[in-house]
Ligand binder design. Structure first.
Ligand code: FAD
Length: 425
């Protein structure tokens, strides 16, 4: 229960950053309210596996109330924060509630960035939430069912799957989709249905996985091409339409599936108009992660413009986790009258998986791994980082099952996906 003598801390968002911040306040004499529009935390790095029927949504989501069950100074509130009044130190929720705060941590993450490309928000699939992932899974499986009964739809692009963005997410989706088609759906459907299926990965830069070194990028390209993914490098998307998409070169592709994995931008409630917005929709912040004009407001994770050597930290989980911990420690120090410290980022490297037995890992100090060992390291790290023993056990069982049986039990179509083929006519 809130104690009116204690400082009130509100954390917007129970993602990687928000959870870590609340945990860092475990022993602080404050009352913490964590607000999220979902009652669960999503482990976004494995969203692509839900989208490609490798895992169930429940495997990568964890109830927020369960996370804080044993932390007495945290209360959870389900809902959408719509506005923040920095001057008056309160925020509004979509249900009309008005909550005052002494300290605020904005950990609201990011949203899909369409970079102004026409038709993306209307016709492409984003991959940012569990709903997005399930929508993609439903849609892809539905395309095969449709083509099974109406083979003429293949000529209209029903089995052409375009992925835009050759970063980690795009590469992971392309590799996992190819595995789904080749190992699983090939056994489910007749050859005439599965053979025409094609995956096109479009990347505007000269290589895949641009944040990795050249050889790692080359490895990813070689693997995907060997598995049958058509990779279009140096090629950007001009627009997406209901029945297809058009590249800047003028080439048009008939497709009912454009998966947009080209990037994100920081997302926040309203009320931050006075805060300068930097590249990637990130908020300009001070060295201790607070706002220049309001030292009681901290911004962390994908929304934070934290930099090392004048380079922005990537919008990935590791900076969010470390920033969350730092913001929590800063508030703890402030209520105890201790001095503020600048945030220091500890680089632990980066990794991306391409598919079965193929991943790339780069560690600080220059060590680079690729192939089987990197893939094992990727599996292990993601398993460890999942929240909750049940989720870890369930993901492990699913992975072992998928690996040995070449099967995907999660290839289920929920609800009634829209038949985009008839819609486009
Ligand atoms: C498909 C995909 C794959 C990824 N793969 C990797 C990877 O392999 N490795 C890696 O390190 N990173 C990866 N990332 C990036 C990583 O997930 C993010 O950088 C990280 O989640 C950012 O943490 P965060 O706390 O800033 O925000 P998030 O984890 O996104 O959390 C934000 C939370 O805020 C809530 N929220 C937002 N706005 C409001 C509001 N107005 N009211 C209430 N609640 C709100 C949201 O519901 C959400 O729970 C991936 C991301 C995606 C989408």
């Amino acid at each position: 229960l809130a104690d009116s003598n204690r400082s009130q801390v509100i954390i917007i968002g129970a993602g990687f950053g928000g959870i870590k911040a609340a945990r860092a306040l475990r022993k602080a004499p404050v009352d913490v309210t964590v607000i999220d529009r979902n009652n669960y935390h999503t482990f976004q790095p494995l969203l692509y596996q839900v989208a490609t029927a490798g895992l169930e949504p429940g495997d990568i989501a964890y109830a927020i109330r369960g996370i804080f069950r044993k932390q007495n100074n945290v209360a959870f509130r389900l809902g959408e924060v719509t506005d923040v009044s920095l001057a008056d130190r309160f925020l509004w929720m979509s249900d009309g509630a008005r909550l005052p705060y002494d300290y605020l941590i904005v950990a609201s993450g990011a949203e899909t960035n369409d970079f102004g490309v026409e038709g993306v928000s209307e016709h492409a699939f984003g991959l940012k939430t569990l709903d997005d992932a399930v929508r993609i899974r439903n849609h892809i499986l539905f395309q095969f069912e449709l083509c099974n009964s109406r083979p003429e739809l293949v000529d209209e692009g029903a089995l052409t799957f375009v992925i835009v963005g050759g970063g980690s997410t795009g590469v992971e989706v392309a590799g996992a989709l190819m595995e789904l088609f080749d190992h699983v759906l090939r056994k489910d459907f007749q050859r005439s249905t599965i053979e025409p299926a094609q995956i096109i990965l479009v990347e505007q830069g000269a290589r895949l996985l641009p944040s990795f070194n050249d050889r790692q990028s080359g490895f990813a390209l070689k693997k995907l091409e060997r598995w049958g993914v058509k990779v279009e490098l140096g090629c950007s998307l001009a627009r997406v339409e209901s029945g297809g998409c058009v590249l800047e070169s003028g080439k048009s592709i008939d497709t009912k599936t454009v998966i947009w994995a080209a990037g994100v931008r920081g997302a926040s409630p309203r009320g931050f108009d006075s805060v300068p917005v930097l590249s990637g929709g990130r908020f300009q912040i001070r060295a201790n992660l607070s706002l220049e004009s309001h030292n009681e407001v901290f911004v962390i994770g994908d929304l934070a413009g934290a930099q090392v050597d004048e380079t922005f930290l990537p919008q990935t989980a590791l900076p969010a986790i470390q920033e969350g911990r730092h913001a929590g420690c800063e508030i703890r120090a402030a209520v105890r009258g201790k001095k503020s410290r600048p945030f220091k980022y500890r680089d632990l490297g980066q990794m991306a998986t391409i598919g079965r037995h193929a991943a790339v890992v780069e560690l600080p100090g220059g060590l680079k791994l690729r192939g089987y060992v990197a893939w094992l390291a990727w599996l292990l790290l993601h398993l460890i980082k999942l929240i909750g023993f049940r989720n870890r056990a369930s993901v492990l069982v699913n992975w072992v099952w998928n690996y040995w049986t070449f099967d995907r039990t999660a290839r289920l179509i929920f609800g009634h996906p829209v038949d985009r083929n008839s819609a486009s006519k």
